[in-house]
Write a protein that binds this ligand. Structure first.
Ligand code: NI
Ligand code: MN
Length: 226
């Protein structure tokens, strides 16, 4: 499973030969100027909520790739108004089998509005289960006890968790989240991009290590294999 980091919370993850793109925010990310958003592959675009830093490039990439956009009902309506046609609406609690594996939408404790101020519905996270690996992409969220439900009923091989604090959980709460989801292999996201969420990266990695857990912080543009 190849995982490519495009900055902030945007990742491309290849699952059974399909490219899943999460929360596309590239062209307006000052730290991702070296990434060519017009070359990013996508068969599916998964959007956790409507905030600009998760949806900014969604319309352009959806139009270019004709990827299936997976998002909540309110974002589905909004994207249709922007001219996007290939959308699969879901909502929290729902699970759907696609050709690469399944997506389950789970609770995220955050807020959601679209860039033009439209109501964005409830934010969510995604649990991806496949014949290859299972993983949890948390989106923007606080630590929530609902995360225990994720760990209690399936095996999570790795998880992408926000660690930047201020708008989402930070490192200490992300470490507690690893206990809830019963997964110690974490890829960090939602840090560094803006002043509010700058963190000491080596200290974050050390804090995970001290608890016997692994925090991977990718360079923007880097690809790893899991
Ligand atoms: Ni947000
Ligand atoms: Mn955000």
């Amino acid at each position: 499973m190849n995982i490519t980091y495009y900055g902030h919370s945007c990742f491309g993850i290849e699952v059974n030969g399909k490219n899943l793109l999460f929360d596309p925010f590239i062209t307006s990310n000052e730290l991702a100027k070296h990434i060519d958003a017009t070359a990013v592959k996508a068969d599916y675009i998964l959007i956790t909520h409507g905030h600009e830093d998760h949806i900014a490039d969604a319309v352009a990439i959806a139009m270019r790739t004709n990827a299936v956009v997976v998002c909540n009902w309110e974002i589905f309506i909004w994207l249709q108004k922007q001219g996007v046609e290939n959308i699969h609406p879901m909502n929290i609690g729902g699970k759907k089998l696609f050709d690469f594996g399944s997506i389950k939408c789970v609770n995220a404790a955050h807020s959601s509005s679209l860039p033009d101020g439209s109501y964005g519905g409830n934010p969510m996270g995604f649990v991806i289960e496949s014949s290859d690996k299972n993983f949890y992409y948390a989106g923007d969220t606080a630590l929530t006890s609902d995360m225990k439900l994720i760990g209690d009923y399936r095996q999570i091989d790795f998880a992408l968790l926000p660690i930047g604090d201020n708008f989402t959980m930070g490192v200490d709460n992300a470490i507690i989240a690893t206990e809830f989801i019963k997964c110690d292999d974490i890829i960090g996201m939602h840090y560094e991009t803006f002043g509010f969420i700058k963190i000491d990266k080596s200290s974050a990695i050390n804090r995970f290590n001290r608890q016997g857990k692994k925090l991977t912080l990718l360079e923007i543009g880097e690809t790893i294999n899991k």
